[in-house]
Design a binder for this molecule. Structure first.
Ligand code: PLP
Length: 285
């Protein structure tokens, strides 16, 4: 079955979807997006994703083109029209089409695009052995809490990982851990789970929240606070989290083993709890 996408009010095959070259998403990267995992054909943490979408739209001063109920209906429809019980919905809103001028045009309609494909979660081997990460200076802008389609910084940083044969690039700004090129980062030291606080320098990850909720519910020792570069480099465990990676252990950092070089005890516990949580939530939905 060919992938069916949604563009500005219509469903169509992916190949048939077209946007004008003057779309400000194309010209300026002037838009925001969301990625929502779908399990058993039900979007996971939908309310939280819609809340973050609103936060991103507010961050770029763009009106939300749809009410939450309309987004929900559209998502249900796109999932029904595509293959697979587990999918990943991608949605994007740009400021729309106008003659090229940096200032916001008046009275134009947002471009709304949505697609959904098979959800690819980490392979068993990645879960069991962990993944490699490298580090870099976080040279992105100061509004990383906005899920902007202007992802050039993230793309450059992620490519550095690919070039080094690694999965992620973990970022430091002013001597502190922020996040990774496409995931949030947690650190474990002496049995304490450390998480950088949510602020303008990191994307407020939906998975980050789930992991912290589970950690609190299961009475892990948790500290949400700034993490220095030295602390991160001396960590017993490092995890990366995202909607598609879920929770993954980083077992080498810049080619050196993290802890003993294997996924740690706390990681293995959290990974199992995360899978249970997902199953329970979807069963209750
Ligand atoms: N940080 C960045 C830069 C990301 O791109 C992502 C997800 O793609 C995340 C964090 C994790 O966010 P979420 O858990 O909502 O997928």
């Amino acid at each position: 079955m060919s992938e069916i996408v949604y563009l500005n009010g219509e469903f169509m095959p992916l190949d048939a979807a077209r946007i004008p070259v003057l779309d400000r998403g194309f010209i300026f990267g002037d838009g925001v997006y969301e990625v929502i995992p779908v399990y058993s054909r039900r979007p996971f943490r939908l309310a939280e994703h819609l809340r973050r979408l609103q936060h991103s739209l507010d961050g770029i001063r763009l009106a939300n083109p749809l009410a939450d109920a309309a987004w929900t209906k559209l998502m249900r429809e796109i999932v029904a029209r595509n293959d697979g019980d587990d999918q990943s919905i991608y949605l994007q809103v740009t400021r729309g089409v106008a003659r090229r001028d940096h200032a916001f045009p008046k009275n134009i309609k947002q471009t709304v695009f949505m697609m959904s494909g098979l959800l690819t979660t980490p392979a068993r081997e990645q879960i069991d052995k962990g993944v490699a990460a490298i580090t870099a200076a976080d040279f992105r802008w100061l509004k990383c809490d906005v899920k902007s389609v202007s992802l050039l910084g993230n793309c450059l940083l992620r490519q550095m990982a690919v070039d080094a044969g690694a999965t992620e690039t973990i970022l430091f700004r002013d001597g502190k851990l922020t996040e990774a090129s496409a995931s949030n980062v947690f650190v474990v030291k002496n049995g304490v789970l450390l998480a950088p606080p949510k602020n303008n320098l990191v994307l407020p990850g939906i998975t980050y929240d789930v992991v912290l909720e589970i950690a609190h519910a299961r009475e892990f020792d948790v500290e949400v606070r700034d993490i220095s570069e030295a602390e991160a480099r001396g960590a017993d465990e490092i995890w990366v989290t995202s909607s598609t990676k879920e929770v993954l252990a980083v077992t080498t950092l810049d080619g050196k083993p993290v802890g003993d070089g294997a996924p740690g005890m706390l990681f293995r516990r959290m990974h199992a709890l995360y899978q249970d949580y997902k199953r329970d939530v979807m069963r209750a939905a």
